[in-house]
Design a protein around this ligand. Structure first.
Ligand SMILES: [Zn+2]
Length: 192
């Protein structure tokens, strides 16, 4: 999947889970903003194993680092696209957030961490819909895909992916328009 689809999927996963827990406690505006950022980073993090990933392309000497990281992580769709990778990145991101917490007191780092992980998991779920599949159970070297028949799956960047992207976007626009008052009220009551 392209980074654009991963961004949208990560945001949607976060939104759905947030709406399912809409009765939960209030959060600060800074938590919301940092969580959104963490969610988007999480949504493209598994592709750090791809030298051409936007993550690397946007850095000055990213191409070089991308190739080094690519070798270290075992090539595209390897460690970062598995449960093992989720555990590893979950641990590292948690460490980083605890390290950063002293400079962002008003941010609920647990929620930020959850938003990051939701982004990462959404990435693996979306990649599972593509022809290449995802080696969820590494070191067991089997790539899983949905649906199991490869020809029915999505080719990255091709028409089926674009169709899926616009279906999700369309549903988002419909939901926001039809639940506008509810969403505004939620925003007002849950963010302090
Ligand atoms: Zn990927």
């Amino acid at each position: 999947m392209t980074a654009r689809t991963h961004d949208l999927a990560a945001l949607n996963a976060l939104a759905v889970i947030t709406l399912m827990n809409a009765g939960a406690a209030t959060i600060t505006l800074s938590t919301l903003l940092i969580a959104l950022l963490a969610n988007q980073i999480g949504g493209i993090t598994p592709d750090v194993d791809q030298p051409t990933a936007p993550f690397w392309r946007n850095l000055p000497i990213g191409g070089y680092f991308g190739r080094v990281i690519d070798k270290m992580l075992g090539g595209h769709r390897f460690l970062t696209h598995s449960v093992l990778g989720l555990v590893l990145f979950g641990f590292l991101s948690n460490l980083l957030l605890h390290f950063l917490h002293p400079i962002m007191h008003s941010v609920d780092i647990h929620l930020v961490w959850l938003a990051f992980m939701i982004g990462m998991v959404s990435h693996l779920v979306m990649d599972t819909l593509t022809k290449e599949g995802v080696p969820w159970l590494l070191p067991i070297p089997i790539k899983f895909g949905i649906p199991p028949i490869k020809t029915l799956r999505i080719t990255t960047g091709k028409s089926r992916e674009r169709l899926l992207f616009f279906i999700i976007l369309g549903l988002d626009i419909w939901y926001c328009a039809s639940h506008y008052n509810y969403l505004v009220a939620l925003f007002h009551s849950r963010i302090r």
